[in-house]
Each structure stands twice: as structure tokens, then as C-alpha cells.
Write a protein that binds this ligand. Structure first.
Ligand code: FES
Ligand code: FES
Length: 904
């Protein structure tokens, strides 16, 4: 045995051959060391060796012998946070927190000196954060505090800190994989190397002979039941077109077989030892080609009934008379825009651990945005009642829509059921995320738009083709979103649209922040700008003139009235803010040199808050014997801060501090039902459930107090830790004890449903410089105004917008999944980049002063919509700078260069 000193403690252990320091430390149950990539690209695994920071995934474990190894768990001393931990606490420099350990280990090291601090783009190049947009991390480095005091009765609207802050900053927060389980088995999958192939046979013999391999499962072993991986309340909105394991591969990366072994290395060796005989089938990757007669068909018509020449779904409609509208138009713009396929890159990859509990039931610990619909799908697949399955989350390391899928839970559950309940873990690698998870839908949007001389829109025709890839999870709902808010955002008497979602042999697309609306909002906002240019009207004025207003029908291309209406309307304020901020010329100056062209651009986004299909959430609340409260809510906390917001809502109603409300989330045994945390529902549905539950709790306490004291009900009020009834003040602890004597439990539950839906707006402004020779783009100033109603927690809302805007810049300028015949050629973070510190401009964030009449406590969608305005604002600024319209995302230098070079 060798000796290793980790955080001052000696361990006698022997690394496995070839083992890296990261996995070795985790084998020692030092779980603060995270995995984001295992390739040296993300920094989540950063630890110190003799005080110097290293990416532990790149260091052979044996190199740690005889050296002092320090991880996040060793940073605080004598119970006192390290100054950097304290700075991260005060600035709240994290959201999901998955990157925070690595980020702090880099910043807190002695090597990170003043010179590093002065050059953060360089100094932080090895640490990626997907959530924050890095602004709050800069705040931490500058010693800025972003938190406010948690005052009894005033929690809502205050920037109270995340309740999990200390656990996250000290490495004690437990994410899905942060657990040691006796007898744990490891699952790995074989993924298809072919875009379209029939599996003639899979020979397991050699795999089963690998020492440590205990089982191999193929399509012949698993239940043959169709389902969709998408998590929705209404399972009918997604086609049941997927099998757990299939005998037809429809995209490169589709899982074909699962190997379960005593350790990961054996599972991987077992996968490599499988021998598959494939019959290669013709494949189609382009959705337009896939719609042509004679194109290879993805699915068997007898199984997937809605299919027609690979078209899963078509949506169309018309209001008014579009042809007549174009005849009356004084200016018409027509262009085809397209958006790229990008990945969520939540820093915590997908993963689940399944096991049989002492209660004889099946338990699935998973990183999910929807444990309840996951349980329903698992019950369907395994053919057992849902009550026999318990699905729960620990801390979730980011989601962004990528975990609104049931993709990692089924195989471990199936394996544990087959293997006498032995615990089975499946943790995805980063490359698997790129080739086997879901992506944003690639969409092509043709817009024809006409207006009168004064800018009044008079005709709009939108044609969308959405590439759903091999499976139809989220296909129709994202198309509905694409054909909804972006078209409804503008008044226009004559509107028409048709959209197709098409199966191809590409990786399946799925839900992603913005959910389909991002793609067509991009096209619409570019087209509005082009029309304004044709009419010589200021682009902001063009939007002011045409944007939908209270009293208007909020209608897209369908005559039937929807359930969206204005609980508040802050778009004018947002446009004013962005216009005036851009005029100030803040930010940085254009680089010297006549090759640099400068331009400004704006874009707006509108969001109907919540999905159009049914969505429901519940909350349970109890008064505890110590006078504090316990809240249970089924929505997932994945870094967006919903647990903080729910505590704040409840605390405000019962008049205590947020700190006095304990919360648990997302657990099918311990929390009430929740459809899932997506489409802004964490605030507008689950938040509403918490609101009315807390009101019921308040009423229950006051009713009991009035009976207990004999005081009139209207003389009783809650006052922090007590009830005041007339001139008597009774502590909640006393009241709870009095209740216990008469069997009164002070426990309430309420349910909330989504409808009607309110409407949120965002406006993004960009000033940028583009180099005419190289195509390099530099963001000189970014300003964002959000109409989100009352911010429940302004600090968190600001952080959500920072993160969404950073993701928007990534989509516009950097991120690009490159495929060749269905093969992703860059499935690594270093080659398929997401914004690092150096790529992320500072954004000035403002809120409109709206208080919504529909959302809970005046709030509406707080974090989702911001992304939708960013890419079109960049596109409009590029057009303003160069006079050239770039219709296709992303705006990478090579693409700009080719057009700037020719001037076409
Ligand atoms: S896990 Fe080591 S750098 Fe990403
Ligand atoms: S907080 Fe940085 S990745 Fe989530």
C-alpha cells in the first residue's frame, strides 16, 4: 500500500493501473472533486498538489504519493471559510455549484497572484462555468457582496443567499454520483457507430468472459415497449417511438447494448468485446431531403402512426388574408434563416444509480428535471406499479432542458431488477453527452414579412422546418413553441405559417432553454430589422410600433384564442432602457484600425410563461415543534435557485425569514407531485403552489390561535415566531404544543395548475466590432432588460439572466456541433467549445418595474426567455456594422470572413 496525504489526512491505498487522481480521490470518498469532462477541459476536478492547482483528471494517481493533496474539503480551516469561499458566499458566485470547487481551488491557490487577477480571461481559461456567465465570479474576486439580510416577513424580493451555499462551497453538497455504495455495479453502453443500421446479431460471449462482467443486455433482453424519452405531463404530445434497446440504430451514438460489471474498467472492456453484425441501411441527414418521396424511412409506419415521409408533425394556420396583406405592403423582406444544433453542456453529466431498498421497492437516484414523469415512464417500461418505484434527486449540476428527458434511469433500474437488487450506477462521459444526449433542434425558418410605409406590419408568412433527429421527443412541442410566441409577439392583421418536424438520422433533439421559440425568434427579429432598414425606420421604433399590447389578442397563426394574457406589460420600459443604455456608449471602445467595423443591434423576445399543455405542481407545508416550517415541493433545484425562491415565497406569507423554512425538492416519496421543472414553471406553477400552500398554513395557524385564545379571528396575526391575538403573544412553539394535545397537526397541502399564462419580455442590446479581414467579433457592450414581473430574488434573477445571455452569446458566436454523415467530429469540450471566461462579455442587466397580476406575488418567468434575444441582437449588430446580413448561426470567423471577403 502507498500513502497519500489528502487534506492533512493519511490514506493507505493503491491506485488501480492507469487510474487518474480524480477518480482515485473519489474512491477515497473525497466527493468535492467533480467530473465535467475527464479530459482537462473544464476544471471541475481542480485540486492542489503541494499548493499548486492541477486538473486531477490529467494527473496519474500515483503522482500524488508523498505530496500534499488539497481539495475543496481542505480549504476551510478550523471551521472558518477560506477568504475565497467567503467571497464566493457573499457574491453568491455559483448557481448549480458544480464548477465552484474547481473554480475556487484555482483562485485560492498561491499561484493565483495579482497578475492573474489582472488577467482573468487567461487566468481562468481552465475553468468553465455554464451557469453564471462569470459575472458573479468577478464580483467575488472584487470582494463585492450581492446578498441582503434575510428579514422576517420580507424575504420575497430580497437577495437572500442560496440555502445550500455553505455545503456547496465546502464540498459537502452531494450531487447524484457523490455517494459510496457497498457492492455497487457499473453500467456502460455500446453506442452505434452507424447512422442507420439493422442489428443482425450481437455476440456477447467475449464480453461475458471479461473478468468482472456480470451481465450483458441487448434488445432481446429488455422489455419491448415503446416510449418517448421526453418528460411531459401529457405523454400523448410526444410519439412513442423509442425502445430501451433496439434492433435498429437510427443515429450514431444510439445505445445498443448495456454491460454491467464490478468496476468501470471491466464494463468498458465488456463493451469493447461485444461483436455486432450490422446491416447498414441508407441514411438521411437533411430534413428537407428526408421529406422527399423515396427518402429512407426512419420508423416503421405500423409502430409510429403519425409518420408521413419522415414528417412527424405539421402545424399550420392563417389569420386574416396574407396574400392580400402582401399586396397592400409598401415594403417586403424575405429571407431564410437557420440556427445550429448545440448541446446543453450542463457541467454534471447525466447519471443514475438504481437499487432495491430495505422496503423492497426500487429506488432511482438521478439527475433529473422531472422525477415524477420519469417514475411513470419507468413503471410503464418495467411493467410494475408506479408505487413500487421511488425516483429522487440530490443536488443537480445544471439542466437547461437537457434533463427533461428520461435517458439514464431505465437501464440501471432494469439491471438492478435483474440482478437481485444489487445497486447499479450509470454515469455518462462528456463525449456521450455530445453523441448520445439531446441537443437544441436545428431549425430553418423562411420569413416573408411586409409593412406599410409608416412601419405598420401588414403581412407575415413563416415557414419552419425542424430537424428532430432520429426520435420525436419534444418534436411537436418545440415546433408549437416556435410557431407561437415569436409570431404572436407582433401585431399583424394577416399572419400565416406552416411548420414541419422531420425525422432524420441525426442525434435526437430535445428541450433546451428557450424551447423552439429561440430559433424562430432569431429569424423574426432579424427580419424585423431588415424591414425597418428597408423603410428607413429606427429598429427600436419599429418594435415599439408593432409589438403586441394589452387589449390585443395574443395570437400567432391560429384563430382559436389561447390562454395567454398580459398580467403585466413591460416591453416599452425594456426597449427604453436598452435604447438609452446603448446611447450612453458604455462598455469598451472599438479596437484601433480601419479593418474593424462597429455596429449596434437590438432584439426582443416574448415568452408565454409555461407550456401550453397541462402542468401541475403541489406543495406541502408543516409547522414544526421548534416553531420553524418545513416545505416540500416536487420541482427540481438544478442551479436556477428555485428552492431559494420557494422558501422566500413561503416565508413572506407566514412572516418569517427564508432561513426559517426548511425545504426538500423533487422526490416522488417525500414531495407532492410536480410535472417537472421546465418552461419557467418553477416560478409560475410550483411557485404558485407554494404561495397558496403558505396562505393555507397562515390561515390554519390563525384559525387555531383564535380558537385557542378565544380572540376574534381579525385580532390574530402572525408575527415572526409567534401569533399575536389581541394583547396576547403566543410563541409558535407553544401553539404547536397546544395543537399536539388536541391532535391538530398544522400541516397543509395545495395544488396549482398552469392557466392562464402570463407573458414576459426581454430586450437585448449589443454593440460590437467585427474585423473585416479575419471575421473576428468582439462584443464591446452588452445590455439586457428583462420584464420578469417582481423578481423574487433579484440577485438570483440577475444571475439567471447573466447565464442565459452568456449561453446566447455562445450560441451566436462559438458553439457548433459539427457533423459529417451523422458522426459528430468534435465531441470534446475543447473542440466543441462553450463560452469560457474570455468569451463572455459583461452584461448590464436591468429589470422593468412590472408587478404581474397573474404570477405568484407578482412574479413571472425569471430566467428562461433572456437567451432568445441575444443571437438576433448580435446578428442585427453585425448587419449594422457591415451592411451584410448573416442569416445562419453561428457567426464564426470563417463564415463571416467568406462573406465579408466577397461583400456578398
Ligand atoms: S474533469 Fe478534469 S478538467 Fe474536466
Ligand atoms: S454554477 Fe458553474 S457550472 Fe453551474
Amino acid at each position: 500500500m502507498s500513502n497519500y496525504e489528502v487534506n492533512g489526512r493519511l490514506y493507505s491505498a493503491e491506485p488501480k493501473p492507469g487510474q487518474c487522481l480524480r477518480t482515485f480521490l473519489r474512491d477515497l470518498e473525497v466527493f468535492g472533486v467533480k467530473k465535467g469532462c475527464d479530459a482537462g477541459d473544464c476544471g471541475a476536478c481542480t485540486v492542489w498538489l503541494d499548493g499548486k492547482p492541477f486538473h486531477s483528471c490529467l494527473v496519474p494517481a500515483f503522482r500524488g504519493e508523498g505530496r500534499k493533496i488539497t481539495t475543496i474539503e481542505g480549504l476551510a480551516k478550523n471551521g472558518e471559510l477560506h477568504p475565497i469561499q467567503k467571497a464566493f458566499h457573499d457574491a453568491q458566485a455559483f448557481q448549480c455549484g458544480y464548477c465552484a470547487a474547481g473554480m475556487m481551488m484555482t483562485i485560492a491557490s498561491a499561484a493565483f497572484d495579482e497578475a492573474h487577477k489582472a488577467d482573468l480571461p487567461h487566468a481562468l481559461k481552465g475553468n468553465i462555468c455554464r451557469c453564471t456567465g462569470y459575472r458573479s465570479i468577478v464580483d467575488a474576486l472584487n470582494g463585492r457582496s450581492n446578498i441582503e439580510e434575510d428579514v422576517a416577513g420580507k424575504a420575497c424580493g430580497a437577495s437572500v443567499p442560496n440555502p445550500f451555499t455553505d455545503a456547496i462551497l465546502t464540498g459537502k453538497a452531494r450531487y447524484t454520483m457523490d455517494i459510496a455504495i457497498e457492492g455497487l455495479l457499473h453500467l456502460k453502453v455500446l453506442r452505434s457507430p452507424h447512422a442507420h443500421a439493422r442489428i443482425k446479431s450481437i455476440d456477447k460471449t467475449k464480453a461475458l468472459a471479461v473478468p468482472g462482467v456480470v451481465a450483458v443486455y441487448t434488445w432481446e433482453d429488455v422489455p419491448r415497449r415503446l416510449y418517448s424519452t421526453a418528460l411531459h405531463e401529457d405523454h400523448l404530445v410526444d410519439p412513442d417511438d423509442t425502445y430501451m434497446l433496439d434492433n435498429v440504430a437510427r443515429f450514431v451514438g444510439q445505445r445498443l447494448a448495456a454491460v454491467v460489471a464490478e468496476n468501470e474498467a471491466a464494463a468498458e472492456a465488456g463493451v469493447r468485446a461485444l461483436v455486432v453484425d450490422y446491416e447498414i441501411l441508407p441514411a438521411v441527414f437533411d430534413p428537407v431531403a428526408a421529406m422527399e418521396p423515396g427518402a429512407p424511412l426512419l420508423h416503421n409506419k405500423s409502430e409510429v402512426v403519425t409518420q408521413n415521409r419522415n414528417i412527424f408533425c405539421t402545424l399550420q394556420g392563417e389569420i386574416g388574408d396574407v396574400a392580400q396583406g402582401f399586396k397592400e405592403a409598401d415594403a417586403v423582406h424575405e429571407m431564410t434563416y437557420s440556427t445550429s444544433r448545440v448541446q446543453h453542456v450542463h457541467l454534471e453529466t447525466h447519471g443514475s444509480i438504481a437499487y432495491k431498498g430495505e422496503d423492497g421497492r426500487w429506488h432511482v437516484r438521478t439527475s433529473s428535471q422531472g422525477p415524477f414523469p420519469s417514475r411513470a415512464k419507468l413503471a410503464h417500461l418495467m411493467g410494475v406499479p408506479a408505487r413500487e418505484i421511488h425516483v429522487f434527486t440530490e443536488r443537480v449540476g445544471g439542466g437547461f432542458g437537457g434533463k427533461q428527458e428520461m435517458v439514464s434511469e431505465d437501464l440501471p433500474l432494469f439491471a438492478t431488477m435483474k440482478l437481485d437488487g444489487r445497486p447499479v450506477k450509470w454515469e455518462w462521459a462528456r463525449e456521450e453527452e455530445f453523441i448520445g444526449a439531446t441537443t437544441r433542434h436545428q431549425m430553418t425558418t423562411k420569413v416573408k414579412i411586409g409593412a406599410k410605409k409608416d412601419g405598420t406590419l401588414i403581412a407575415l408568412d413563416v415557414h419552419v422546418v425542424s430537424n428532430t433527429g432520429a426520435y420525436g421527443n419534444h418534436a411537436s412541442e418545440t415546433l408549437a413553441a416556435a410557431m407561437g410566441s415569436p409570431i404572436a409577439a407582433y401585431r399583424c392583421a394577416n399572419k400565416k405559417g406552416v411548420g414541419h418536424v422531420v425525422y432524420t438520422n441525426m442525434i435526437p433533439a430535445g428541450g433546451f432553454r428557450g424551447y423552439g421559440a429561440s430559433q424562430t425568434m432569431y429569424a423574426m427579429e432579424c427580419a424585423i430589422d431588415e424591414l425597418a432598414r428597408l423603410l428607413n425606420i429606427d429598429p427600436v421604433e419599429m418594435r415599439r410600433k408593432n409589438v403586441v399590447r394589452p387589449g390585443d389578442n395574443v395570437e400567432s397563426i391560429w384563430k382559436e384564442p389561447g390562454d395567454a394574457s398580459f398580467g403585466s406589460h413591460g416591453i416599452d420600459e425594456c426597449l427604453d432602457i436598452v435604447e438609452s443604455e446603448l446611447k450612453k456608449g458604455n462598455g469598451v471602445a472599438k479596437p484601433d484600425g480601419e479593418e474593424w467595423a462597429e455596429g449596434t443591434g437590438v432584439a426582443l423576445a416574448m415568452l408565454e410563461c409555461g407550456p401550453p399543455t397541462e402542468h401541475r405542481s403541489g406543495a406541502d407545508m408543516r409547522l414544526l415543534a421548534d416553531g420553524t416550517y418545513h416545505l416540500a415541493c416536487g420541482s427540481s433545484e438544478m442551479g436556477q435557485g428555485i428552492a431559494t425562491a420557494h422558501k422566500q415565497i413561503a416565508a413572506s406569507i407566514v412572516g418569517v425569514r427564508a432561513l426559517d423554512v426548511d425545504i426538500i425538492n423533487a422526490d416522488t416519496d417525500r414531495t407532492p407531485y410536480d410535472t417537472g421543472t421546465f418552461a419557467s414553471t418553477g416560478t409560475v406553477v410550483a411557485g404558485k403552489a407554494v404561495h397558496i400552500t403558505a396562505q393555507a398554513m397562515r390561515d390554519d395557524i390563525l384559525d387555531f390561535a383564535c380558537r385557542h385564545t378565544g380572540a376574534d379571528r381579525d385580532q390574530c396575526r402572525l408575527d415572526n415566531d409567534a401569533v399575536v391575538c389581541g394583547n396576547k403573544r403566543i410563541l409558535l412553539t407553544e401553539l404547536h404544543a397546544a395543537g399536539a394535545k388536541v391532535n391538530h397537526r398544522f400541516a397543509v397541502s395545495r395544488r396549482a395548475y398552469l392557466s392562464p399564462r402570463t407573458i414576459a419580455f426581454n430586450v437585448q442590446g449589443v454593440r460590437l466590432a467585427v474585423h473585416r479581414v479575419t471575421g473576428e467579433v468582439r462584443i464591446l457592450h452588452s445590455v439586457h432588460a428583462a420584464d420578469i414581473g417582481r423578481p423574487i430574488n433579484p440577485m438570483q434573477c440577475h444571475g439567471q439572466i447573466d447565464g442565459a445571455v452568456a449561453m446566447g452569446f455562445g450560441w451566436a458566436l462559438i458553439e457548433n456541433m459539427v457533423h459529417d454523415q451523422g458522426h459528430m467530429v468534435n465531441p470534446q469540450l475543447r473542440n466543441c467549445r462553450v463560452p469560457a471566461f474570455a468569451d463572455t462579455p459583461h452584461t448590464d442587466v436591468f429589470f422593468a418595474s412590472t408587478i404581474d397580476s397573474i404570477g405568484p406575488l407578482g412574479a413571472k418567468s425569471q430566467g428562461e426567455c433572456a437567451i432568445n434575444a441575444v443571437a438576433p441582437a448580435v446578428a442585427n449588430a453585425l448587419a449594422n456594422a457591415t451592411g451584410v446580413r448573416f442569416p445562419h448561426l453561428p457567426f464564426t470567423p470563417d463564415r463571416l470572413f467568406s462573406k465579408l471577403g466577397t461583400g456578398k
